[in-house]
Design a protein around this ligand. Structure first.
Ligand code: PLP
Length: 360
């Protein structure tokens, strides 16, 4: 006899990461094809060799504080963000998990404009909450129907998730629209702005955290900094929220190597600029070439591009590309995306040329 698991788990899908196949080009998880700065690798090796990382002890609070301080200077130069506004987690995923645990009790609701990152809905359900979906406008550029979203907000609504740039559509939410949402829901619900891809867009709404009490902004080292394997993300949150965050977050969820690597990554701004420039350049290249093949390719502010492959089915295009050694994302697994979208991560020129070759 097995102990029954919670009945609500029946409603939750297992998370399916982008496939990794030996020898194939993986453009399915929006990773950074350049990898991290060589200075980050050198720093970690040097510190490990010098025995300074003390892997036998738990991550040191002072190092965490140093990282939070660096982050506050990185994001907050013009936005009065202090280190006390910064919290860490095992990726944005880890920070989102903590936020869901803080705000969602049984029966509480969260608003999710779809299609979007699927973890939001899973975390809400795991916490016992009810996700409510608002379909993004499909005719144009997947903008959020702001009035519809606001009209769904009621006394049970605790969280509103907004990915900007949005995964998988690549568009940002304009500042005036997010302000309208924040001000309309007032302090009844927290607005979570997920800026995992902000560096590629070159804009951020982090300044809103100091203006409003009901806004948090999520950022990560997984994308522009090329450190997805180390799992470091952070939240910029209003100061009143730091105490609940500390109560709920799993202690030491960011490890000692990840902390040092993230500090070193922030200190190599030249490498970050180079990465972002390359992604923007290659994004234009892949967009232009996908447009030669597919009906519609959406403009993107992130490190991936969304294509409508209709009248073909995304599953067929995905499988055909896979046969030719290129792995993209079949977006039919995104709620509300239908079955004709694929998402292609921007790779190096060599990788992108292979994608184009495979498509043609
Ligand atoms: C919108 C969005 N948020 C968060 C994440 C996860 O980021 P992290 O690696 O920091 O957990 C992803 C990953 O693809 C994403 O697309």
């Amino acid at each position: 006899m097995r102990v029954p698991v919670r009945a609500s788990l029946q409603e939750i899908e297992e998370y399916k990461p982008g496939k990794l196949v030996k020898g194939a080009i993986k453009l399915s998880s929006n990773e950074n094809p350049l990898g991290p700065s060589p200075k980050v690798i050198r720093e970690i090796i040097n510190r490990l060799e010098a025995g300074e990382l003390n892997l036998n002890v738990y991550p040191w609070e002072k190092n965490e504080e140093e990282l939070r301080d660096e982050i506050s200077r990185y994001v907050g130069a013009s936005a009065r963000i202090e280190k006390d506004n910064v919290v860490l987690g095992a990726g944005v995923d880890g920070v989102l998990d903590t936020l869901a645990k803080i705000f969602i009790a049984n029966g509480d609701e969260a608003l999710i404009p779809i299609p979007t990152f699927s973890l939001y809905e899973s975390l809400v359900k795991i916490a016992g909450g009810v996700p409510r979906y608002v379909k993004r406008k499909s005719g144009g550029n997947f903008d959020i129907p702001v009035k519809d979203l606001i009209s769904l907000c009621n006394e049970k609504t605790k969280l509103i998730f907004i990915s900007s740039p949005n995964n998988p559509t690549g568009n940002c939410i304009p500042e005036d629209e997010i302000r309208e949402i924040i001000e309309s829901v007032d302090s009844r619900a927290m607005v979570v702005i997920d800026e995992a891809y902000a560096e590629f867009a070159g804009l951020s709404l982090v300044n809103l955290v100091t203006e409003y009490e009901n806004v948090v902004v999520m950022r990560t080292f997984s994308k522009a900094f090329g450190l997805a394997g180390l799992r470091v993300g952070y939240g910029i949150i209003p100061e009143w929220l730091t105490s609940p965050y500390k109560k709920v977050a799993i202690p030491f969820s960011v490890n000692s190597i990840a902390i040092k690597a993230a500090i070193a990554a922030l200190r190599d701004q030249a490498y970050l600029r180079k990465t972002v420039e390359l992604v923007k350049h290659e994004r234009a290249f892949i967009t232009e070439n996908l447009r030669r093949v597919f009906k519609k390719v959406y403009p993107s502010e992130a490190n991936f591009v969304l294509a409508d492959v209709s009248p073909a089915k995304s599953a067929v295009v995905y499988a055909e590309l896979m046969k030719r050694g290129v792995i993209v994302r079949d977006c039919s697994s995104f709620r509300g995306a239908g079955d004709s979208f694929i998402r292609v991560t921007v790779g190096t020129r060599e990788q992108n040329e292979k994608v184009v070759e495979a498509l043609i």
